[in-house]
Design a protein around this ligand. Structure first.
Ligand SMILES: Nc1nc2c(c(=O)[nH]1)N[C@H]1C(S)=C(S)[C@@H](COP(=O)(O)OP(=O)(O)OC[C@H]3O[C@@H](n4cnc5c(=O)[nH]c(N)nc54)[C@H](O)[C@@H]3O)O[C@H]1N2
Ligand SMILES: Nc1nc2c(c(=O)[nH]1)N[C@H]1C(S)=C(S)[C@@H](COP(=O)(O)OP(=O)(O)OC[C@H]3O[C@@H](n4cnc5c(=O)[nH]c(N)nc54)[C@H](O)[C@@H]3O)O[C@H]1N2
Ligand code: SF4
Ligand SMILES: [Mo]
Length: 914
């Protein structure tokens, strides 16, 4: 077992926090006579960590988290075979031996029966919570999963399908941007569509935005139905009608294209860094050179159509031309065109946007036309077309304008439209992935995931390559490999380690009720593991999720406290939590939300205190499971390969573990530490665990040039795939054919989204009518939109059981109940603090009203994800959540497989204030 390095007296132990996706952040734990007493900044990280070794409010809850009296401190097993919300599981303490044997027994039976079941689905499933952060706490468990073989990560836990999903997929396609943010330290103007960065951006995000306001005088315009804390510290709040953001953005594009001189756009960028000049043939695919199949452009110098990469050309940006060439249709059919009229892709765009005037948009999104027009013009005014900046000796374009999208805007219906419009508007002024502009943070679907630049490999037609799942007849994955059918239904989700959790994960839950036509028979996993996730609280239609989980035959919960999902578990395994466990993770480079480092390296999480009770280090649990399940050798192999974070062998060093033995926790991490030291020093040093325990982290420089994709694109002669989505159009058509050939028509609505230029739809209304048509009722009976929003104090529902966190949150408006506009409340006779019933066509919930001017009259909002009924302390909050009111519906699912946290509701008073 691991031991803390804090005998007596006062010590400060360096470690990291990765409780939310805005991390990891570095800190120190003050330990007095073996007891953690305070969380402090890690001043050693000044100049290394982008927030100078500071952490956010959530990290200060870690002391209380460790000593929470409600922790589960021994393994437990269920004694009541009946599972249900109202069934007491009858958990009784058992020894680790008994618990691990119970699980190993199931695993060995699974292996004997075959790793896949009759439907072809993995018999073992696992779910992990918010944004992949559990990986920073689960030690070598990834090596266990990799050694096991196929594991189904289909069962969503809120992350993925509710969570920045369109941005993940389209962002990676267009600029290797799994997540997107402004180049905050340089930008001057930000239009944020519901990105609640001051609550969701973590310590680095908040720090960067505060600096930007003070140092650069950045102007941020916050467009969102409810005034978030981010709206509160923005220059302007624009209360848009929910889910009508595409109209606002189309109108901004219209203003840029039709109300301003073309010289206000970055013509050079559009001509040479995007596909704007590519000619579009009559069926909507590019016109290509018959020999090379390269897309053609119209060269103004030669007055002829030539392949896009011909030297010394001046491609026409706009206009109609007569040209000949080959059009390659879906499924590789071809059409020869002789002297046909063609438009450039930019010409197609202009044609598409012509009618989207601010006056038109004003009617859709309930924002005055002049506001939209002014925001578009301010964006142009700040773009500084032609300006340059030197970054590490290289001259790059400088375009200090950015657009960001929050999680409800870039998820579900409208997500494609908004991501497309945002990326396009960056291209119009040359601000995509250049200093000051809209840039990508992390990369997850393309490989290598450690570096955006090297993941941007040259592909067809002058664009980056993208690992679409195949849609051609021979290679389409006709039989889903996992229960959410990700590779079968979503070409864009790719096939990386992350792709399973980014499939349409609600389909896995929905199929537990009934299967889909012409699809494999739905099955349950024989064994389901879950860790740091609580889908029975965080997903949609949470009672339906609970029902599905209650029927799973064998559920293993890694457990901190009792919660609503482990209520249905068969075995509880208590892990060492944040301040107790040992693990080394990669830090630095470009990470999620707004983490941009000038360094890269590793940080250690180490036991600051002796673990409470019988809790065990996750690596110990993983090693024991591997041994008992007979997969010790592949498990050790996986660790050696780097499945737990660091490859143990490099060009000039080898700290590989012996494959035959069971290795201790410290032994494994000592080898990892030595490999990390060697990796950072080119093999020169091999400091082990003791050194890392003392220092906590080690980094080398990370070039700032790597923050931007533009120089890499330029060096490799690559173009951003904007504005016209020829590939999307092609794969969508092919996917539709494959599905129809298999008799599947329940994905037809999703297929309509594969447009080369997104058609306009009033998603606000479409969502309402989809809910009503599936569940019944009348539109006029559900006049409000119910939304949700982040709280800086809470990491999802992960720290709801801490009094300290709740106390801080209580000082921030809106945490007590349903946020409502006072004028709307007055019409319904509702007063502040009244008990109300909020009803959707699916179900109803109750809570107290919090009146605030900062919300549209047609909108209600419930902060965070509460509504707990088991989690200690939180179960007594009596604060509602939207999650039981939101249905899981095929009709609300977009082509990427996600939907949004929004539902039409009614509200009525059912009781007075307390
Ligand atoms: N209403 C509403 N619902 C939402 C959202 C919203 O904004 N509003 N957001 C959605 C999004 S974007 C996401 S990403 C998801 C996230 O949702 P989930 O990934 O499901 O995350 P949490 O609800 O935080 O669940 C974390 C669980 O881990 C447990 N836990 C905490 N620390 C430890 C530990 O050290 N060890 C162990 N074993 N367990 C621990 C907690 O008790 C809790 O039960 O939620 C989604 N759901
Ligand atoms: N403190 C903290 N930080 C976190 C997390 C956490 O749990 N706690 N979770 C992390 C995760 S997993 C995620 S996904 C991110 C999410 O980060 P954000 O996307 O920034 O999240 P939210 O606060 O949920 O966004 C809600 C905002 O969207 C607005 N909104 C809702 N619907 C619409 C709409 O239709 N149009 C527009 N324009 N605005 C709309 C609401 O008014 C609200 O202000 O946060 C991450 N950071
Ligand atoms: S932002 Fe806060 S909670 Fe999130 S990782 Fe950083 S310190 Fe931890
Ligand atoms: Mo999320």
């Amino acid at each position: 077992m691991t031991t803390p390095n804090c005998p007596t007296g006062v010590t400060k132990v360096a470690t990291y926090c990765y409780q939310c996706v805005a991390g990891p952040d570095l800190l120190k734990v003050k330990v007095e006579d073996g007891v953690a007493t305070a969380i402090e900044p890690n001043f050693d990280a000044e100049g290394v960590h982008p927030a100078a070794g500071r952490v956010c409010v959530k990290a200060f809850g870690l002391v209380q988290k460790t000593y929470n009296p409600n922790r589960v401190l021994t393994p437990m097993k269920r004694t009541n075979p009946k599972k249900g919300r109202d069934e007491d599981p009858g958990f009784v303490p058992i020894s680790w031996d008994e618990a691990l044997d119970l699980i190993a027994d199931k695993l060995n039976t699974v292996r004997a029966n075959g790793l896949l079941d009759a439907s072809g689905y993995p018999r073992v499933a696992a779910s992990f919570g918010g944004g992949g952060t559990p990986t920073a706490y689960m030690g070598t468990f990834p090596a266990f999963l990799s050694a096991w073989g196929p594991v189904d990560l289909s069962f969503g836990s809120g992350q993925g399908v509710k969570c920045t999903h369109s941005e993940h997929l389209y962002g990676e396609l267009w600029h290797r941007a799994f997540t997107v943010c402004p180049d905050t330290p340089r930008t001057k103007y930000i239009v944020s569509f519901g990105s609640n960065i001051e609550a969701s951006g973590g310590v680095c995000g908040v720090w960067r935005h505060a600096e930007a306001r003070v140092e650069q005088g950045v102007k941020r315009v916050q467009v969102e139905p409810h005034l978030s804390v981010t709206g509160g510290c923005s220059a302007e709040w624009v209360p848009i009608k929910p889910k009508t953001d595409p109209a606002f953005m189309h109108a901004m594009i219209h203003v840029m294209l039709f109300e301003n001189a073309r010289t206000r756009l970055d013509i050079d960028f559009l001509k040479h860094m995007t596909a704007s000049p590519y000619l579009v043939a009559p069926n909507g695919l590019y016109l290509r050179d018959p020999d090379t199949r390269k897309p053609l452009v119209w060269d103004l110098k030669r007055a002829a159509a030539v392949p896009f990469d011909t030297a010394d050309i001046d491609p026409a940006l706009d206009g109609e031309f007569t040209a000949s060439g080959l059009e390659v249709l879906p499924d590789n059919e071809t059409v020869d065109h002789v002297q046909v009229r063609v438009l450039t892709a930019f010409g197609k765009l202009a044609e598409h946007e012509r009618t989207f005037t601010p006056e038109w948009a004003a009617k859709v999104c309930d924002v005055p036309a002049d506001t939209i027009r002014r925001v578009a013009n301010e964006y142009l005014d700040h773009a500084q077309i032609g300006a340059t900046i030197e970054i590490e000796g290289r001259t790059l374009p400088f375009r200090p304008v950015a657009i960001t999208l929050g999680k409800t805007v870039n998820n579900g219906w409208g997500g494609y439209d908004c991501c497309w419009a945002r990326t396009l508007m960056a291209c119009l002024v040359g601000a995509l992935d250049v200093p000051g502009g809209t840039i990508g943070t992390t990369v997850r679907l393309n490989r290598p995931a450690s570096d955006r630049q090297s993941s941007a490999k040259p592909g067809p037609d002058g664009f980056m390559d993208y690992p679409f799942n195949p849609t051609d007849k021979e290679n389409w994955v006709s039989r889903p490999q996992i229960r959410n059918a990700n590779r079968t239904l979503v070409p864009l989700v790719a096939n990386s380690a992350w792709s399973a959790a980014l499939g349409p994960t609600h389909l896995a839950w929905m199929q537990q009720r009934h299967g889909f036509e012409n699809f494999p028979e739905p099955t349950q996993p024989d064994v389901w593991f879950f860790y740091r996730t609580n889908p029975v609280i965080s997903f949609w239609d949470t009672p339906q999720v609970a029902e599905a989980v209650s029927k799973f035959p064998f559920v293993v919960a890694f457990t901190y406290t009792r919660d609503e999902t482990n209520h249905f578990a068969d075995v509880l395994l208590p892990d060492c939590t944040d301040l107790e466990g040992l693990q080394l993770i990669r830090i630095g480079g470009t990470k999620y939300v707004e983490q941009f480092w000038d360094k890269q390296g590793f940080a250690l999480r180490q036991p600051a205190v002796v673990p409470q009770g019988e809790t065990r280090d996750f690596t110990w649990i993983a090693s024991e499971l591997a041994r008992r399940a007979g997969i010790q050798e592949p498990y050790n192999k996986a660790i050696n390969r780097g499945a737990a974070g660091v490859p143990l062998k490099g060009a000039s060093y080898d700290f590989s573990l012996d494959l035959e033995q069971t290795h201790g926790v410290e032994e494994i991490w000592n080898a990892s530490c030595r490999a990390a030291s060697a990796e950072l020093t080119g093999g020169a040093e091999d400091h082990g665990l003791d050194w890392w325990r003392e220092h906590g982290f080690r980094t080398i420089d990370y070039p700032r040039l790597q923050w931007y994709l533009y120089p890499h694109m330029k060096d490799n002669g690559l173009r951003f795939e904007m504005p016209y989505q020829e590939r999307i159009f092609r794969i969508g058509t092919e996917l539709g054919r494959r599905l129809h050939e298999s008799g599947i028509d329940w994905w037809d609505r999703q297929l309509t989204e594969y447009q080369p230029l997104p058609d306009f739809h009033d998603f606000s209304h479409l969502i309402k009518s989809a809910v009503i048509s599936n569940l019944g009722g009348r539109e006029e009976d559900f006049p409000f939109w119910l939304l949700t929003s982040r709280s800086m104090q809470y990491a999802w529902g992960g720290n709801v059981s801490l009094q300290m966190v709740r106390e801080v949150a209580a000082n921030v408006a809106g945490h007590r109940g349903v946020i409502m506009n006072p004028a709307s409340a007055a019409k319904l006779g509702i007063e502040d603090g009244d008990l109300v019933e909020v009803r959707s066509p699916l179900r109803e919930t109750r809570g107290r009203v919090v009146l605030r001017q900062g919300i549209r009259p047609d909108t209600l909002l419930m902060v965070g994800q509460f509504d707990h009924w088991i989690t200690p302390y939180a179960k007594d909050f009596d604060v509602p959540s939207m999650n039981s009111l939101v249905p899981m519906l095929m009709d609300l699912t977009d082509a990427t497989g996600s939907a949004a946290d929004i539902v039409p509701v009614s509200i009525k008073r059912v009781g007075g204030a307390q």
